[in-house]
Design a protein around this ligand. Sequence first.
Ligand code: ACO
Length: 332
Amino acid sequence: MTPSNPTFPSVLLTASGSYLPQKIVTNDDLTKTLDTSDEWIRQRTGIAQRHIAAEDELTSDMAVAAAKQALNMAGLGADALDGIIVATTTPDDTFPSTASVVQRKLAATGFAFDVQAVCAGFIYGLDVGDAMIKAGKARKILVIGAETFSRILDWQDRSTAVLFGDGAGAVVLEASDGGENSAENWGILSSVIFTDGRFRDILYVDGGVARGQVGKVKMVGPDVFKHAVEKLANGLDQAMTQSGLGAEDIDWLVPHQANDRIIKTLQKKLKLPDERVIRTIARHANTSAASIPLAFDEAMRGKQIKAGDVVAFEAIGGGLAWGAAIVRVGRP
Ligand code: ACO
């Protein structure tokens, strides 16, 4: 929960960046090796294509590319950062953290650590970064979502292989300064995170340290779908209540891009027309922790989302872990 005490600095979201690997795999490409069709994938999910990392391209490489763009937009050098948080489920190695690899590649200093909440990872990273800045432990933090999900997919399993893609997105969080309360009602207005470990078996990877192999994604899609609709609506409600804003105050929904049918139910809840919902699912598919910052960055660079706009973020993934955040973006 975000403290809404005026003695804490506001945590401004001042810049963003993103990266997509060059290689594009269309639905039709997948039909060459899988018993599926472009029509099925589009109708059930809204996905038309996905980007897939090159063989030598690592999660940290994509994270660094997104980070550089975000730092550039913020007008900051990497040396200005107090810390780096990387949300990822597909780290380069078991350890060190991908964040520490990113820190080395950026020649940054300060702290660096990963958060692992699968598709909800970016919201978790935002929540943790917000709390650290409000607690006075840092003033500038880079929050990155980066994934090479293609490496943990069973490419023979049509129920999961068609859903995911690779990519990275990043945002810069900065403590407000200037006059007292000068940034009140700007930045991260609220963020909420939840986990319910009882639902492990409907979405997991059948590998890990104990099993001695990386493993592949397993999902009971219809069950995850039902939980997503209910839990995301609930998370958004709680985030809005904590921010003191109502659905009528939200300018943009930047949802996790897992399934267009899930996005539509949340769009309906916020009563937002299509022009106010950022949709990248057709081109990016589900890039897990990267999906929200990727979509957000495209909308910032496309001049759709502008400074002062109120944005709602929401995501759910394996855990089950989910969350939502309400942010007035930019600087006052
Ligand atoms: N192509 C063609 N047919 C397929 C495919 C495919 N790629 N995949 C499944 N089917 C078939 C099934 O075998 C089934 O056939 P049957 O009726 O003969 O048994 C039929 O299509 C319907 O399958 P369902 O799984 O019931 O399809 P549904 O409409 O639920 O769509 C989907 C599946 C897209 C996965 C949906 O359930 C979904 O999006 N779930 C939520 C995913 C999500 O939000 N994940 C969260 C984040 S992911 C993370 O954290 C890693």
